[in-house]
Design a protein around this ligand. Structure first.
Ligand code: PRP
Length: 179
């Protein structure tokens, strides 16, 4: 797997350092209010686990799994819920945890869907933000890093189901991933 890596874009240490700062921002924003972290599967896996362990406020967790119709390279905006939340979110402070926001179509759909369930508040935290790919505007209250038009894997992010387990975020060699 390491032989497929072209360049480490964010190292393990950089990611952990950024998450520490992000947790301070989140704790300040929510004061001591309990927050429900809603992870978007599967990419949120490591980010959510590391973030919640560094957050000094009361947190509960839930997960939602969505899939865009058609291959992810041909996003249409139509999103299907594969696994819904286990619990109602009415009157709860909900913070959506994403690994990356590209077009914003997934989050756009989720924000509309979750808003209808009357949470006390609804905000978004994404490790990566790729604003150059944006199709729909998304309020992104907390973000780890901004990236240009670059395809990256690792720390939860995959290419064709692989490379999620890498502890850092990296680009792949062109012969492996032409994106
Ligand atoms: C990724 C990511 C977001 C979505 C962002 O998920 O986790 O949910 O794409 O893209 P968008 O802003 O263009 O909608 P993916 O479909 O790759 O699923 P995964 O998390 O299971 O890898």
């Amino acid at each position: 797997m390491l032989k497929d890596v072209e360049e480490v874009v964010f190292s393990e240490a950089q990611i952990q350092e950024r998450i520490k700062k992000l947790c301070e921002e989140i704790a300040d924003a929510y004061e001591k209010k309990p927050v429900l972290l809603v992870g978007i599967l599967k990419g949120c896996l490591f980010f959510m686990a590391d973030l919640m362990r560094k957050l000094d406020i009361p947190v509960a967790i839930d997960f939602i799994s969505v899939s865009s119709y058609g291959p992810s390279t041909e996003k249409t905006g139509a999103v299907k819920i594969l696994k819904d939340l286990d619990t109602p979110i009415q009157d709860k402070h909900v913070l959506i945890i994403e690994d990356v926001v590209d077009t914003g179509l997934t989050l756009g759909y989720l924000l509309r869907n979750l808003k209808e369930r009357s949470p006390a508040s609804l905000q978004v935290c994404s490790l990566l933000d790729k604003p150059d790919y944006r199709i729909v505007g998304i309020p992104l209250q907390f973000k780890g890093f901004e990236l240009g038009k670059k395809f990256v894997v690792g720390y939860g992010l995959d290419y064709q189901g692989k490379y999620r387990h890498l502890p850092f975020i990296a680009s792949l060699k062109k012969e492996i991933c032409p994106l």
